[in-house]
Design a protein around this ligand. Sequence first.
Ligand code: BGP
Length: 477
Amino acid sequence: MTLPKNFLWGGATAANQSEGGYNLDNRGLANVDLLPLGDDRRSVVMGEKKMFDLDDKHFYPALKAIDMYHHYKEDIKMFAEMGFNVYRMSIAWTRIFPNGDEIEPNEAGLKFYENVFKECKKYGIEPLVTISHFDTPMHLVKDMGSWRNRRMVDYYLNFCKVLFTRYKGLVKYWLTFNEINMIFHAPFMGAGLYIGDLDEKEKKQTLYQSAHNELIASAKATKMAHEIDSNNKIGCMVAAGKFYPYSCDPKDVYAATTSNREDYFFSDIQAGGQYPKYVLDMFKREKLDVNMHEGDLKLLADNTVDFVSFSYYMSRVATANEKVAQMTTGNIFDSVKNPYLKEKSEWGWQIDPLGLRITMIDLYDRYHKPLFIVENGLGATDKPDKDGKIYDDYRIKYLASHIKAMEDAVEYDGVELLGYTSWGCIDLISAGSGEMKKRYGFIYVDRGNHGDGTLKRSKKKSFNWYKRVIATNGQDL
Ligand code: BGP
């Protein structure tokens, strides 16, 4: 048997992409509610266009999503039928603290997640909870500019304290921030930062200051989680995908080396406990005024995470010679096209299962901490046949090849791995495009791009395939 008996198999969702019910039971508005469908989305996601209030001109997919707020029992039942023993989900911050700065939490929100966790436990499913999956209360965005302000650390910790205390005994796996490195690539979606009115130097300073504040919040949350319950296991979460050099020209190799290094900035601190010297040097050299408190570096060094979680959709390529390179799309950030990879998703993301194995080796050798693959999957337009069935063999092929690569990393490369949760185990709205037609699930949801549809859930072909994979602990792919 390649994988350990207690291997965690499951799927992943995020509150803003699945729950809907944006204004129910006192919930407040978050940055992720304000990402519109259509042409404006990318510039809002990037923090270049300011959209701080809902308007009638745009459609906002997160407001309704797939209404998991009312369907969670049915959905968790289907996850259990597939054999999940873990379910990764996130808590909408604004259900617990609608504005982010209240003293008392919102009981209706706390109760909702308590019910969700109890439903999971009923089936022996372990919740894996992302504390902030891109969401920041809009009130804090407007009031203090979100994560550029150090006061955010206190509000976040207040939120964490309520979660760790209330859900003690129900939840033990926590991720502090989803894809924390998205701060740099998608500032508004990732961290509620509007940077459209800043010059280049101010932008860089704001991004690093926000990163520092989130890193401090993450380390303090890790400390607090361990103090409240020594059974808690805390993970960092990064958007991963190794950068390959475009060629063996040392200049390309250097470009790939620095790209990987930059990509590991967050996990080097969260898992390695070390603020990279090249970053501290750069602050000085470029006279960036990144405010750190006395004791910050020690706090970061003393409170590293228990495991390293990451998303993997594709590898990436770096070159020093931009003229030779064709570009391709990827998860938020575009990349140089890899001429050796023949297949890609409908959205242009190049498919590279071996890249997952390579990324795993890299992360494991760097931190020597157990890994957890918490996102992986294929976004595709699923077309129901005349009987309404979806034969998603393309998805099965993608997942099978990645699971095989993951197993090889465990069996032959000595990588320690806690579990695997495929992204969007039930169809949900896409973070990048806001579209519903970009689907990842084993479960089809009758929901259109504009919030239309019956919301009926049905099994795709991949549903029974994944059930078999789990039942055989990954042997029958
Ligand atoms: C990651 C996010 C997810 C998810 C996924 C797929 O960056 O953590 O929230 O959506 O990417 O991306 P997309 O939805 O754009 O296809």
